[in-house]
Design a protein around this ligand. Structure first.
Ligand SMILES: Cc1cc2nc3c(=O)[nH]c(=O)nc-3n(C[C@H](O)[C@H](O)[C@H](O)COP(=O)(O)OP(=O)(O)OC[C@H]3O[C@@H](n4cnc5c(N)ncnc54)[C@H](O)[C@@H]3O)c2cc1C
Ligand SMILES: *[C@@H]1O[C@H](CO)[C@@H](O)[C@H](O)[C@H]1NC(C)=O
Ligand SMILES: *[C@@H]1O[C@H](CO)[C@@H](O)[C@H](O)[C@H]1NC(C)=O
Ligand SMILES: *[C@@H]1O[C@H](CO)[C@@H](O)[C@H](O)[C@H]1NC(C)=O
Ligand SMILES: *[C@@H]1O[C@H](CO)[C@@H](O)[C@H](O)[C@H]1NC(C)=O
Ligand SMILES: *[C@@H]1O[C@H](CO)[C@@H](O)[C@H](O)[C@H]1NC(C)=O
Ligand SMILES: *[C@@H]1O[C@H](CO)[C@@H](O)[C@H](O)[C@H]1NC(C)=O
Length: 534
């Protein structure tokens, strides 16, 4: 009896000692052993490191997740080599730590660098150092690492050729890694589809630390990572992209109309026109509140933007025929290269140097502020009266710098079957809506007020937008539509049945099957990751 008791006592005291050593230390020890290269230490930031906070903040776009009360990672790793990522995956698994991957840090809910639960112990891999871009003009293709921004990609393409482009997003600071994982659309998606539709190959580190290309991962997993949302299947290191042709100059136009200038009628009319325009036209409008230049009174303004793959002289007669009410004129438009049009579409200042595309700290609408955003898809024109009911919400105090953006669909998007990639919002959509409310208050204390404004607007719009499910864009992440309980990952399948169809419709089932096969233990998980079957 005695020796048996001793064994129990001994193992008990060993356990106490083991758990007394902070998990952080155990993890760091594992990393240094595993990477077989002491230089990884310089790439690791723990809370004791004076640079920890600035590294954590560096690419965080939404200040709602940089407050003192936001759960923070035990450590941030900024790998220089794939082997550093492999070591991190191994050590996180071994020591029961969660792992978040950050490329550009633009996740609307901060899921690449924070969590909703302060009980979760997690580590962040920040891919900022893995951002090479290699463009092959002859083959019209490029290999780009996930840590690059889309601006870095566009810059590198433009340096080599003004007649090549890539159909990804407009905000140039967005990270390749998250953006391509969730679809990605920009000013030429009506012509060429989503960024994810133009991926030819990829290299992914899976849960076992293997590096898999398209051939090794198989078509199912390759399908899942192109639209199924980031953070569910592994860590994508790099993507091979198909570049697309554009004219040396494109045309970018901007027309603003206030309510007094019949904005309501124009907006209403636009709904039946935008999605039917030739694929070469990208058209959108943004609604916000302004002081009228006439009498200084508050009013609502619609800013109609377009990018056309052609000249001003070709665009004007086209718009005169299809949308005469807009009264688009030569003064509203500028010709510039496609890369310049990306800058112009976010910053509205013509003539900025192309190097601006490389500026990761460039502030644009939606970036580097407190914000809450949501999305919708619209299949039937919204009645004029509904728009009239929406405008007064912009006069609320919280809507000071709120914006609602409407982007026309159609074109190539109508031709790609819903099942071709996890991104299901294809034929039948007239346009998509992005709602944004942002605020600059130093403290997070008033956040609830703004969040509630956003929820009121979203509720108001319910009758006019897609239903069963009310669709949403996974790259415009919104935890209001449902979330996995991150502390109980075994139960997440039931929760994913609520939010999943909104992002993926029927493609959710296939995503779950792939996940079950490649990561059955649900290591790669977050509040809205694809769960394996229970
Ligand atoms: C200012 C701004 C402008 C935007 N403009 C557009 C636009 O024009 N068009 C559009 O479609 N969207 C746009 N978005 C949304 C954008 O596409 C998404 O936020 C996208 O997920 C950002 O990618 P990221 O790498 O910057 O984000 P991150 O926050 O780094 O990552 C987002 C998600 O992907 C995961 N992830 C990141 N890297 C990897 C990787 N290498 N492998 C696997 N998973 C990974 C993260 O863990 C997280 O779950 C914009 C967002 C902002 C804030
Ligand atoms: C150690 O890592 C550095 C970069 O972090 C790399 O340049 C070097 O080749 C590595 N050395 C070994 C022996 O792996
Ligand atoms: C990080 O951001 C938060 C909130 O914006 C701020 O309080 C903190 O000082 C920042 N830290 C650094 C080092 O910039
Ligand atoms: C608004 O529309 C009405 C009739 O549709 C028209 O008479 C009026 O001139 C328009 N106003 C402006 C500023 O275009
Ligand atoms: C609009 O007018 C209000 C008061 O009428 C003023 O407080 C506000 O600063 C003005 N906004 C802008 C952008 O000029
Ligand atoms: C593009 O447009 C600019 C501005 O109008 C003009 O200066 C330039 O020559 C044009 N380039 C080409 C290749 O047409
Ligand atoms: C990048 O943008 C930021 C914010 O707009 C600005 O302060 C900074 O000077 C820019 N950096 C460069 C190198 O232009």
């Amino acid at each position: 009896m005695f020796p048996y008791l001793l064994v129990i006592l001994l193992s008990f005291s060993w356990k106490i000692r083991a758990s007394a050593q902070p998990v952080e230390e155990i993890f760091l020890h594992c990393l240094s052993l595993r990477s077989g290269n002491s230089s990884i230490a310089k790439l690791v930031y723990t809370q004791h490191n004076s640079a920890y906070s600035s590294v954590l903040n560096s690419s965080a776009q939404n200040f709602r997740f940089t407050t003192p009360s936001t759960p923070k990672p035990l450590a941030i790793i900024t790998p220089l080599l794939p082997s550093h990522i492999q070591a991190t995956v191994y050590c996180c698994r071994k020591h029961g730590l969660q792992l978040r991957t950050r490329s550009g840090g633009h996740d609307f809910e901060g899921l690449s660098y924070s969590t909703t639960s302060c009980k979760v112990l997690f580590v962040v891999i920040d891919l900022v150092n893995l951002r090479s871009v290699r463009v092959d003009v002859e083959k019209a293709s490029a290999w780009v690492e996930s840590g690059a921004t889309v601006g870095e990609l566009y810059y590198e393409i433009a340096r080599k050729s003004v007649t090549l482009a890539f159909p990804a997003g407009i905000g140039h600071t967005i990270g390749i890694g998250g953006h391509l994982s969730g679809g990605g659309y920009g000013s030429i998606f009506r012509k060429y589809g989503l960024a994810a539709d133009n991926v030819l190959d990829a290299r992914l580190i899976d849960v076992k630390g293997r590096i898999l290309d398209r051939k090794l991962m198989g078509e199912d997993l390759f399908w899942a990572i192109r639209g199924g949302g980031g953070g569910s299947f592994g860590i994508v290191l790099a993507w091979k992209l198909k570049l697309v042709p554009v004219p040396a100059n494109v045309t970018a136009c901007l027309v603003t109309k206030t309510l007094e200038q019949n904005a309501t009628k124009l907006v209403h009319r636009w709904q039946s026109i935008g999605h039917k325009l030739p694929k070469e036209v990208h058209t959108s409008f943004a609604i916000s509140r302004v002081n009228s230049s006439q009498d200084g009174k508050m009013t609502v303004r619609a800013s109609f933007g377009s990018v056309f793959l052609g000249t001003i002289d070709d665009l004007l007669p086209l718009m005169e025929e299809k949308f005469p009410e807009l009264e688009l004129s030569k003064q509203d438009c500028l010709e510039m290269s496609w890369a310049e049009s990306i800058l112009y579409s976010t910053l509205f200042t013509p003539g900025l140097p192309l190097e601006t595309l490389l500026n990761r700290s460039q502030v644009s609408p939606l970036s580097k502020s407190f914000f809450k955003a949501k999305s919708d898809f619209v299949k039937q024109p919204i009645p004029e009266s509904a728009f009239e009911g929406l405008w007064p919400k912009f006069y609320d105090e919280e809507a000071r710098s709120a914006t609602i953006v409407f982007v026309a669909y159609g074109g190539k998007m109508d031709e790609i079957p819903e099942t071709e990639s996890p991104y299901p919002h294809r034929a039948g959509n007239l346009y998509t809506i992005l709602y944004i409310v942002d605020w600059k208050d130093d403290e997070n204390v008033n956040s609830e007020r703004y969040m509630n404004w956003m929820r009121r607007v979203y509720d108001y719009m319910a009758p006019y937008v897609s239903k069963s499910p009310r669709e949403a864009y996974v790259n415009y992440r919104d935890l209001d539509i449902g979330a996995n309980d991150i502390n109980d990952h075994k139960g997440s399948y039931a929760q994913a049945k609520i939010w999943g169809p909104k992002y993926f419709k029927n493609n959710l089932d296939r995503l779950v099957q792939v996940k079950t096969r490649v990561d059955p233990e649900n290591f790669f998980r977050h509040e809205q990751s694809i769960p394996p079957l229970p």
